[in-house]
Design a protein around this ligand. Structure first.
Ligand SMILES: Cc1cc2nc3c(=O)[nH]c(=O)nc-3n(C[C@H](O)[C@H](O)[C@H](O)COP(=O)(O)OP(=O)(O)OC[C@H]3O[C@@H](n4cnc5c(N)ncnc54)[C@H](O)[C@@H]3O)c2cc1C
Length: 441
């Protein structure tokens, strides 16, 4: 596993690209076929898939990411909450061939890192999954494509997208936005009453599993459960505060949403950008749920008095410098803590300032809650005349077309399969197709 200790969003030398980066100094302005903005799990899978299954060759592709290393965000977040295995199955990985993670494990005598799961394919250890990510990066020489820079703006000009970065400008025929959730974390309003040093989101840089006394972990999902267990294993006095208690679910939504034909039938019948799509997705998602293997561990820790679980929400929070934080909870209890660890998820990617800027500059259409209006088939962001732009969207930002698993690894696989067709269509000279405009906001 990696020994890189740098935090997310931290370039090799702050503010400058790394020595060996193609982003160093003046960027190569010769237009490439495709620039992928974002080198997380989604950007990596899209790159591998395009190199493997389209005519785009290595010299015609770029991945722009401000981090020193590809997949930094996921690596850091998973490590930060003490995660040991993936929730998703061994079929969900960033390689191209569906069974390649299993094969990767078998060839390295690591099949004991594929854990049996009730009524679901086995899931890999985090370490196996991440080693396979590195393997895919090496196999397709993706580090050589990595431009270490922050994209500040996108502009369409003639048949090109101009990608402006803090290190210079790149030109491409197509751009794929794979920017993830955008690292903005949800903080309940009651936290504003507290001293900032007493509250961390578990993905804040300041959060440290090893520096706790009495801690309340807030949240009812997999990150909350994993963080509570990790803290308690390190000797902290942990209370897990879950608004509706802990609910068991194997994965984050009904498995049928992992098939494109189900997404087409169930989601695409509603106009792109329409609120009915978001309603359908939110009904389909099992947010704030915990898989059985974690729930059993939580129950065992509760039985051993190693942690407690409280069902409820915070009514009021108060900071008392003598006795720490006091939380008045809906069930009438008062919880005391030295620290609060928020495992309360991400803010919507739809209104991320970068997304707002790109949409405004190019007049790209947005629907309910700012959701990008995409051509469902090609995931190209739509212009007001209904014609596709050269900017394609994957990941959580493409949820309106890819469905409830859009931000997950399987969502990357679903989206990349669409992109292969879309970018191949371009090569055979097909023209952009107008899509139905959103209605009824
Ligand atoms: C703890 C944890 C556990 C998870 N477990 C699972 C699981 O078991 N199974 C599963 O399927 N999913 C899981 N997920 C969900 C999902 O797979 C991840 O969130 C996934 O990492 C999202 O990848 P991404 O590439 O879309 O986003 P990110 O990993 O956030 O990558 C986006 C990249 O874009 C870059 N970027 C953004 N804006 C710019 C810009 N303007 N210029 C340059 N670069 C930019 C960022 O630097 C970043 O590297 C988990 C998530 C977390 C946090």
């Amino acid at each position: 596993m990696s020994t890189d200790t740098r935090r997310p969003d931290e370039p090799a030398v702050p503010g400058r690209p790394a020595e060996d980066s193609p982003g160093r100094g003046t960027l190569d302005r010769r237009p490439s076929e495709c620039v992928i903005v974002g080198g997380g799990l989604h950007g990596i899978h899209v790159a591998a898939k395009l190199l493997e299954e389209t005519e785009i060759d290595h010299g015609q592709l770029r991945i722009v990411d401000l981090n020193h290393r590809l997949a930094t965000n996921f690596r850091a977040k998973a490590t930060q909450c003490g995660m040991e295995s993936m929730r998703s199955s061994s079929l969900d990985h960033v390689g191209v061939h569906p069974l390649e993670l299993e094969l990767f494990a078998a060839r390295r005598n690591r099949t004991d890192e594929l854990f049996e799961t009730d009524d679901y394919p086995p899931r890999p250890s985090l370490s196996l999954f991440l080693d396979h990510v590195d393997h895919v990066v090496d196999r397709y020489d993706l580090d050589d494509l990595h431009v270490r820079a922050r994209v500040t703006a996108l502009r369409e000009s003639d048949d090109r997208v101009v990608v402006e970065t803090d290190e210079g400008t790149l030109d491409a025929h197509r751009c794929v936005l794979a920017i993830g959730h955008g690292n903005r974390y949800t903080r309940p309003s009651w936290t504003t009453a507290l001293d900032g040093s007493a509250v961390d989101h578990v993905w804040d840089r300041s959060f440290d599993l090893d520096h706790w006394g009495r801690v309340v972990v807030v949240g009812g999902g997999v990150t909350a459960a994993q963080t509570a267990l990790s803290l308690s294993e390190r000797g902290a006095d942990v209370t897990l505060l879950a608004r509706s208690g802990l609910t068991e679910r194997t994965i984050e939504a009904d498995q049928r949403w992992q098939r494109w034909n189900h997404i087409e039938q169930t989601l695409h019948g509603h106009p792109p950008g329409h609120r009915a799509r978001l309603r359908r997705i939110s009904r389909a998602r099992y947010d704030g749920t915990v898989p059985s293997y974690l729930l059993r561990d939580i129950e065992a820790a509760v039985a051993e008095n190693e942690l407690s679980v409280v069902d409820g929400d915070v009514l009021r929070a108060r900071d008392d410098h003598e006795s720490g934080v006091r939380l008045a909870v809906t069930d009438g209890r008062c919880l005391r803590a030295d620290h609060i660890a928020l495992a309360t998820g991400f803010e919507s990617p739809f209104d991320h300032p970068f997304v707002e800027r790109v949409a405004a500059a190019e007049e790209l259409v947005r629907g309910e809650a700012g959701m990008p209006v995409l051509d469902d088939r090609t995931l190209a962001w739509t212009r007001p005349d209904g014609v596709s732009s050269s900017i394609h969207v994957v990941g959580a930002l493409a949820m309106g077309s890819v469905g409830p698993f859009a931000g997950n690894v399987i969502g990357a696989r679903l989206a990349a399969a669409q992109l292969v067709d879309a970018l191949s269509l371009r090569e055979s000279g097909s023209s952009a197709v107008a899509v139905e405009q959103p209605a009824g906001f």
